[in-house]
Design a protein around this ligand. Structure first.
Ligand SMILES: C[C@H](O)[C@@H](O)[C@@H](O)[C@H](O)C(=O)O
Ligand SMILES: [Mg+2]
Length: 469
C-alpha cells in the first residue's frame, strides 16, 4: 500500500431483510424485527483497488435510513485523510471521529450518532486489517501492548482503569498469547445458540430447532421470556425436555469442568433467558423467581438498559436463587459498562460490536471487564453481528482476559449467506477462527445481496411493492 494513500469517498447502503415474515429475532419487546444493516464502504486511492473498508451497524428496520444519514456525517470527516496517519494511532483517530462538536451535541456518545460512529470506526479497522493482510482479530492480538493501549478509548474511564494499568495487564498476558492462539485455532471458541428460542416461534418450531442445535453440538441455549409467564414456563420445559435428554445427545457428555455458567441440567446443558427490557425492577425480580424451575443461568436485560442500580438490585435479589444478571446489547457507551462493573450489577458483560462506537471503544470495555473479573459474552442476535463478534472474543481471549473457560459467544443462524466471509461453527458447537488474509473484519456483503435488499429500491423490495405488500 502506498504511504500516501488517502480515503477518497464513501458509500452508504440502507439494507433491510424481511425477517418479520418468519418471526426471526422476536422477543417480548421487539415483536416484528426486520434485521437491517446501515452499511458503509470507505474507498481509497491505493493502487490496490481491492482495498475498500466495510462497516455496518445493526438496526431492526425503520430508522435505518436515519442511521445511514448520520454515518455520512461522520464518514465525511475521513475524506481526504491519509490512511497511514489514521492507522498510526487508532485511539487518536477515534477521538477525532467523535470530536465534531455539532454532531456531538446530538449524542453525546449515545443514540443514532454513536451507532453511526461505530459503523465508521469499524469500517476503518476493516481497512487497517486488510491493508496488513490479516483478519481483524489477528491484527490486534499481534499489536504490542503499547499499540493496543494507544488504540483504546480512555476518556471518561480512567477512574476505573488507567492506560498504565491496562499496559501492565496486557504485558502480563504477552507470554501466553501464542499458546492461546494455537489452542483456539484447534478447538474453536465456545458458543451458545439463541435462534431456537425466539418468542414468535410456535412450539413445534422451537422443539425442532432446539433438537437441531443439540445435534449440532451446542450445549448452551437462550430463550426469550417476559410476555406471559405460563407461556414461558411451557416453552422452558419444552426446551429443557430436549436439552436435558441423554438420548438426544450426539456427542460424549461434556466434562463438568468445561460447562460454562450455572444450573446445568443432567446432560450438562445450560439455559439462559432474555427479557429485552420489559420489566420494572420489582416486577423483574418477581417474574424471574417464578421461572426458577427451568433453572436459568442468567436473566438478560431484565429492565431498562440505562438503569445501572436497577440491574444491581435485580442481581442482589436473584443471587440466592442461583440466577445471575447479564446485559449490554443496549449499553450505549463505555461509561455505562464502567458503572455496571463498579456497581457489581452484572455477572456477564454483553458488549455489542456496533452499539459501542467501534473497535476502539470495545477495547475499553474488554480491558475494564478483565480488570473487574467479569466474563465478556458479546451480543450477536442480529444481522452481521456473529461475523463481527468472533473477532472481539478472540481478542479478549488471546490478548486481554486470557480465558475462554468462562465465556460463551452468542450465535444465531440467520442471514450469514449474504457475507463474503460468513462465520462458521465446528462439530463441537464452537465458532471457527476466521483465517483469511483478505477478510478484515468479515463484514463485507455480496453486491447482489445489497442490490436485492437495499431499501426501498432493491429488487426484493420493488417486487414486494409491485405485489402490493
Ligand atoms: C431484536 C433482536 O433479535 C433481539 O431479540 C436480540 O438481539 C436479542 O436480544 C439477543 O440477545 O440476541
Ligand atoms: Mg438479548
Amino acid at each position: 500500500m502506498s504511504a500516501n494513500a488517502k480515503i477518497t469517498h464513501f458509500k452508504t447502503h440502507d439494507i433491510r431483510f424481511p425477517t418479520s415474515l418468519t418471526g426471526d429475532g422476536t422477543d417480548a419487546m421487539n415483536t416484528d424485527c426486520d434485521y437491517s444493516s446501515a452499511y458503509i464502504s470507505l474507498y481509497t486511492d491505493s493502487p490496490d483497488k481491492s482495498l475498500v473498508g466495510h462497516g455496518m451497524t445493526f438496526t431492526i428496520g425503520r430508522g435505518n435510513d436515519i442511521v445511514c444519514a448520520a454515518i455520512a456525517e461522520v464518514a465525511n470527516r475521513l475524506v481526504g485523510k491519509n490512511l497511514e496517519e489514521l492507522f498510526s494511532d487508532m485511539g487518536k483517530t477515534w477521538d477525532y471521529l467523535l470530536a465534531d462538536s455539532q454532531l456531538r451535541w446530538i449524542g453525546p456518545e449515545k443514540g443514532v450518532i454513536h451507532i453511526a460512529t461505530g459503523a465508521v470506526d469499524n469500517a476503518l479497522w476493516d481497512l487497517f486489517a486488510k491493508s496488513r493482510k490479516k483478519p481483524l482479530w489477528k491484527l490486534i492480538v499481534d499489536m504490542s501492548p503499547e499499540e493496543l493501549v494507544r488504540s483504546t478509548a480512555f476518556r471518561y474511564i480512567t477512574d476505573a482503569i488507567t492506560p498504565e494499568e491496562a499496559l501492565e495487564m496486557l504485558k502480563a498476558k504477552q507470554a501466553g498469547k501464542a499458546g492461546r492462539e494455537a489452542k483456539v485455532r484447534e478447538v474453536g471458541y465456545p458458543a451458545y445458540v439463541t435462534s431456537a428460542g425466539w418468542l414468535g416461534y410456535d412450539d413445534e418450531k422451537i422443539a425442532r430447532l432446539t433438537r437441531e442445535a443439540v445435534h449440532a453440538g451446542f450445549n448452551h441455549f437462550k430463550m426469550k421470556v417476559g410476555a406471559d409467564i405460563e407461556n414461558d414456563l411451557r416453552r422452558g420445559r419444552l426446551i429443557r425436555s430436549i436439552i436435558d435428554d441423554p438420548a438426544e445427545q450426539r456427542r460424549p457428555a461434556p466434562d463438568p469442568a468445561s460447562i460454562i455458567g450455572k444450573n446445568a441440567g443432567p446432560t450438562g446443558a445450560v439455559l439462559m433467558i432474555d427479557a429485552n427490557q420489559v420489566w420494572d425492577v420489582p416486577q423483574a425480580i418477581e417474574y424471574v423467581k417464578g421461572l426458577e424451575s427451568i433453572k436459568p443461568w442468567f436473566i438478560e436485560e431484565p429492565t431498562a438498559p440505562d438503569d445501572i442500580l436497577g440491574h444491581a438490585a435485580v442481581r442482589r435479589a436473584l443471587a440466592p436463587y442461583g440466577i445471575g444478571v447479564a446485559t449490554g446489547e443496549h449499553a450505549h457507551n463505555r461509561m455505562v459498562f464502567k458503572q455496571l462493573l463498579q456497581a457489581e450489577a452484572i455477572d456477564v458483560c454483553q458488549i455489542d460490536s456496533c452499539r459501542l462506537a467501534g473497535v476502539s471503544e470495545v477495547l475499553s470495555v474488554l480491558l475494564m471487564a478483565a480488570k473487574f473479573g467479569v466474563p465478556v459474552c458479546p451480543h450477536a442476535g442480529g444481522v452481521g453481528l456473529c461475523e463481527y463478534v468472533i473477532h472481539l472474543s478472540l481478542i479478549d481471549y488471546i490478548a486481554v482476559s486470557g480465558t475462554m473457560e468462562r465465556n460463551v459467544l452468542e450465535f444465531v443462524d440467520h442471514l450469514h449467506e449474504h457475507f463474503l466471509h460468513p462465520c462458521s461453527i465446528n462439530s463441537q458447537g464452537r465458532y471457527n477462527v476466521p483465517n483469511k488474509s483478505e477478510e478484515g473484519y468479515s463484514i463485507e456483503m455480496y453486491e447482489e445481496s445489497i442490490a436485492a435488499y437495499e431499501w426501498p429500491g432493491g429488487s426484493y423490495w420493488q417486487k414486494r411493492a409491485a405485489e402490493g405488500k
